[in-house]
Ligand binder design. Structure first.
Ligand code: HEM
Length: 378
């Protein structure tokens, strides 16, 4: 399938129509040498541009080099098409100041206020070894082999400079980012992404997604902040819940995706509508009420998460859930208040557990030759 343009005002992989497969990785920087880090970002940018065009990661390629040397591409994507691959980079809070308070790369002054550590939310059970990270790369593609190949080669190129902290595969998108795409379903069986921010909402994207001049340090203008949450779903319990209760917990019909009290998926949510018993159709603890912009000072998110199943947990249950991914202009005004509401009141919490968290500043796109991921930061 087609190649997505790597270059542009914004990084690809944010408003790009979300494809079906994900490989997400977070890295720790292991070098103390700022010059080596900058060099890596330059090398990564060149490799990312090549791989998104369907080429080998390196100029020589998987099979044309010296038989005495390891190849500059690992080979498993040979003859596969670009498959809509996008690679999106982000910088975590610890790159600016690490857990011991050290400013390893002289970047502390450049840290945006919007990249403030997320607060603790009630009920979360975060595992530090699969949370955080100095850098992240999100690979999305229509072919899982292409996404995995891209991340593997970036990790290979980064050897000695970065090491993989954690990574996550996703097998089915749970959001649409364009009105041309049908809304997919999450592992609770509900349409997910109906009320998402979409590529067509240009004015809203300016207001809610892209960092604007004057928002903070200039190097982030045209970028966006990324929050990831690995949310385990206790699907065995969910599967014993009645259809009526499932719909009440979400606030939408399972089949059509319509808000309760309406008919069609894209009918507007009416939070005031009441049923025959005079109770609100969308209850006080329904997910879509608590997450709705009217309850959160107008805040919205561009969601592009994925379903995951990481095998089973040894206790007879699938290790399954949602790898939540959301882009926004300022997490302090968007993800944090929304998640605060959800963590306190969402009826779905009984079936969910947040096990990993990530926060990253994704710089603007790579434009002219010589430009590289995060150039304006360094
Ligand atoms: C809407 C499921 C976690 C924010 C929805 C919808 C579903 C859903 C089925 C309705 C369809 C739609 O408009 O997309 C889930 C599940 C979650 C989860 C199963 C956990 C596994 C989260 C989290 C956040 C969030 C962590 C943000 C902190 C939203 C927002 C909407 C939404 C903003 C749209 C509300 C509106 O404007 O109507 N979610 N969600 N969700 N969700 Fe979630």
């Amino acid at each position: 399938s087609d190649a997505v343009d790597f270059h542009g005002e914004h990084q690809a992989g944010i408003t790009t129509e979300v494809p079906d497969r994900l490989h997400f990785v977070a890295f720790d920087v292991v070098t103390k040498d700022r010059a080596r880090l900058v060099e890596l970002l330059q090398d990564w940018t060149a490799a990312a541009a090549r791989m998104t065009a369907g080429q080998d990661a390196g100029v020589i390629g998987a099979v044309n080099g010296s038989p005495e040397a390891p190849p500059d591409d690992t080979g498993e994507a040979l003859s596969l098409p670009p498959s809509g691959l996008t690679l999106t980079v982000g910088f975590g809070p610890s790159l600016f100041r690490d857990a011991d308070g050290r400013d390893r790369f002289g970047l502390a002054e450049r840290r945006p206020a919007a990249l403030a550590d997320l607060p603790r939310f009630p009920g979360e059970a975060l595992r530090p070894e699969i949370s955080g990270g100095d850098l992240c790369v999100q690979a999305c593609a229509n072919d899982p082999q292409v996404a995995v190949h891209a991340i593997r080669n970036l990790a290979r190129i980064g050897m000695g400079v970065v090491s993989v902290r954690w990574s996550q595969l996703g097998f089915g998108r749970t959001s649409s980012t364009s009105r041309d795409q049908a809304t997919p379903r999450n592992l609770f069986g509900f349409k997910d992404g109906t009320a998402n921010l979409k590529i067509e909402d240009t004015a809203l994207l300016r207001e809610q997604l892209w960092v604007q001049p004057g928002d903070g340090p200039e190097w982030m203008t045209g970028g966006a902040y990324l929050v990831t949450r690995k949310i385990r779903m206790i699907i065995e319990t969910w599967d014993r819940t009645s259809l009526g209760e499932q719909e009440e917990l979400v606030g939408r019909a399972k089949g059509s995706g319509a808000p309760l009290g309406q008919h069609d998926e894209f009918d507007p949510i009416n939070l005031k509508a009441t049923g025959p018993d005079d109770r609100p159709r969308i209850t006080e603890t329904a997910h879509v009420r608590l997450a709705h912009p009217d309850q959160n000072n107008g805040a919205r998110l561009l969601r592009r998460g994925y379903n995951y199943v990481d095998g089973s947990d040894g206790l007879g249950r699938l290790d399954a859930g949602l790898f939540f991914i959301a882009y926004q202009r300022d997490p302090r005004r968007q993800f944090v208040p929304i998640q605060t509401q959800l963590a306190r009141h969402d009826g779905l919490n009984e079936y969910l557990r947040h096990v990993s968290s990530g926060l990253f500043a994704c710089p603007p796109g790579v434009r002219e030759p010589g430009d590289f991921w995060g150039r304006a930061l360094f």
